[in-house]
Design a protein. Structure first.
Length: 145
């Protein structure tokens, strides 16, 4: 089985103080145990860094710690998929066809990378937006609860 991880599950899986940690951490643990093949989008690395270094935690996550978390949890463990300009344009065209404006493009980029990975499932806490991107394929999406 191939599972694509959204940023929301990675953040909550890595940060013990996160309210969704107990739900997300088992997925990250299973992925690292190689129970399934898993991947993330290269864009997710930037989202993770930005989120980790700006979370209101005490002590704060420094840039150096954020890089270490990315290395230990993602770089060493997951496939990281990059998108081409053509992939970005396809993602934009898809949300345009669905008449979806604005920041949902960032989820569409994740969805395009999951498609490129040929994922069996996309794992996310962002049910609202990803359900709009996949109105006919909700069995593709996993919303850990």
């Amino acid at each position: 089985m191939k599972i694509f991880f959204d940023t929301s599950v990675l953040i909550s899986g890595m940060i013990e103080a996160h309210p969704m940690h107990e739900i997300s951490f088992p997925w990250l643990k299973r992925a690292k145990a190689k129970e399934f093949e898993w991947a993330v989008c290269s864009h997710t690395l930037a989202e993770l860094y930005a989120t980790l270094t700006s979370m209101p935690l005490r002590p704060r996550i420094t840039p150096a710690i954020a890089v270490k978390l990315l290395h230990e949890n993602i770089q060493k463990e997951a496939q990281v998929l990059s998108l081409t300009g053509r992939d970005y344009l396809a993602a934009i065209k898809n949300i345009s066809n669905l008449n979806l404006p604005g920041a949902i493009i960032y989820d569409a980029i994740i969805a395009k990378a999951a498609e490129k990975f040929r994922a069996d499932h996309l794992l996310t806490h962002n049910e609202k937006d990803f359900s709009r991107l996949f109105p006919q394929k909700n069995s593709f999406l996993i919303f850990p609860k």
